[in-house]
Design a protein around this ligand. Structure first.
Ligand SMILES: NC(=O)c1ccc[n+]([C@@H]2O[C@H](COP(=O)([O-])OP(=O)(O)OC[C@H]3O[C@@H](n4cnc5c(N)ncnc54)[C@H](OP(=O)(O)O)[C@@H]3O)[C@@H](O)[C@H]2O)c1
Length: 214
């Protein structure tokens, strides 16, 4: 049976992906997170799910958690995301793991055009440069990565997205977390999908100077 390791497993997109995995596939899930007790009830009620307590900057903990997994899905965040990226790459190398899905953000290549791009840069500030540096760590590795650059995230219960590639102008302003979670599950089921690609993901027809709720 196939197994995925989810890092930052209590993150909002991660939680949606976990529910899609258990509801629609027979995938084994290893959930790696700080304060793992937060997902104890979920793990106890699903026989293919286990939790591991750990921090994503801990190479030894990451390495141990990677035993027998087929894909690593990193749903991480924070000011130390570069250290997290370095730790994930080091652990994957040590464990000879190759397939990684890494959630990043829009704007890391200055690829968001027009007024929205300017607003996005001004609003996100250092967050973008930090996330760009983390993405570079992933791209400079020899891993089979997919970097996902979502637009501004919503909690709409919809899967509705289009994709732009690195080197293309970003489209739209928003996308649902549910769409990103579905992409992660789809990649696990078809590991060649978006392999060695950095994809922008947005909801079609949401162009604007800002996300609609600003
Ligand atoms: N909000 C937006 O519009 C937007 C747009 C594009 C991209 N993004 C990015 O997309 C990513 C996923 O989004 P999301 O909504 O799922 O984010 P989220 O709910 O904030 O999830 C991120 C998770 O990362 C975990 N984490 C951070 N540092 C960690 C560490 N050192 N060790 C272990 N876990 C760690 C957090 O764990 P704890 O629960 O323990 O704190 C949290 O659960 C984030 O990086 C976000 O910045 C956001």
């Amino acid at each position: 049976m196939a197994k995925v390791l989810i890092l930052g497993a209590n993150g909002k997109i991660a939680r949606l992906a976990e529910h899609i995995f258990v509801d629609t596939t027979d995938t084994d899930l290893r959930l790696y997170l700080r304060n793992a007790g937060r997902l104890k009830d979920f793990a106890d009620s699903h026989k293919l799910v286990e939790t591991v307590e750990g921090d994503a900057t801990d190479v030894a903990g990451l390495s141990e958690s990677m035993e027998d997994v087929d894909m690593v899905y990193a749903n991480l965040a924070g000011g130390n995301i570069v250290d997290e990226a370095k730790a994930v790459v080091e652990a994957m190398h040590a464990e000879k793991k190759t397939r990684l899905v890494w959630i990043s953000t829009l704007g890391i290549y200055d690829e968001v055009p027009g007024k929205f791009g300017k607003w996005n840069n001004e609003t996100l500030g250092n967050y973008i440069t930090t996330y760009a540096a983390a993405a570079k760590v992933i791209e400079d590795s020899d891993l089979d990565y997919t970097i996902i650059r979502p637009a501004w995230l919503t909690d709409k219960p919809e899967v509705d997205y289009e994709v732009t590639q690195k080197g293309e102008a970003f489209k739209g302003t928003e996308v649902s977390r549910r769409s990103i979670a579905q992409i992660v599950v789809d990649i696990f089921q078809d590991p060649d999908k978006f392999k060695c690609e950095s994809i922008g993901v947005n909801k079609p027809n949401t162009d604007g100077d800002k996300p609609a709720w600003y």
